[in-house]
Design a protein around this ligand. Structure first.
Ligand code: FES
Length: 164
């Protein structure tokens, strides 16, 4: 591990230290720390797991187990455009699987995967997520912070076309 490459900003480390101090058992803070690191870095790298383990006086394997168990944690960076396709019931019935496949086909990504997939140029990540709270307008997807409803194949094309 290159110690110079990974560093947690002082402000975030201070927040994490404060968080840990609220728990009688340090390890209880594990998930919240991983969320904080993922929010900052966009994913949880091996270095981030080692850093977390050292902070909590645990072994890296203890942290790796959490990261691999919980689907909300990502182990690789996401693209500049993060396409989140809802796969919960209304959207699944409304065509979200076809939507995801269409996006992946257009972007040259494997069409049958379920986990996040990122283009080689790092521009797009396509990922299934759970309910985006707009179930009446399925299928729903987000492109970064923007929500798109009733996303037809044509609409998906125009969303992609606007990503520069
Ligand atoms: S089921 Fe897709 S937004 Fe709720």
């Amino acid at each position: 591990m290159n110690a110079m490459a990974f560093s947690v900003p002082k402000k975030i480390e201070a927040e994490i230290d404060a968080l840990i101090s609220h728990y009688p058992e340090k390890r209880s803070a594990s998930l919240m720390i991983l969320h904080a690191l993922q929010d900052h870095f966009g994913y949880v790298s091996g270095e981030a797991m080692e850093w977390t383990a050292a902070k909590l006086e645990l072994q890296p394997i203890n942290i790796l187990e959490l990261v691999t168990f919980y689907p909300m944690f990502r182990q690789s960076p996401i693209g500049r455009y993060h396409l989140k396709v809802c796969r919960t019931l209304s959207c699944a019935l409304g065509g979200s699987h076809q939507l995801r496949r269409g996006l992946c086909k257009k972007l040259g990504l494997p069409e049958d995967g379920h986990g996040p997939a990122t283009t080689a140029d790092g521009k797009f990540t396509v990922e299934f997520v759970e309910c985006l709270a707009s179930c009446g307008t399925a299928p729903v997807m987000m492109c970064n912070e923007e929500t798109h409803e009733a996303v037809s194949a044509e609409k998906a094309e125009s969303i992609l076309a606007k990503c520069n």
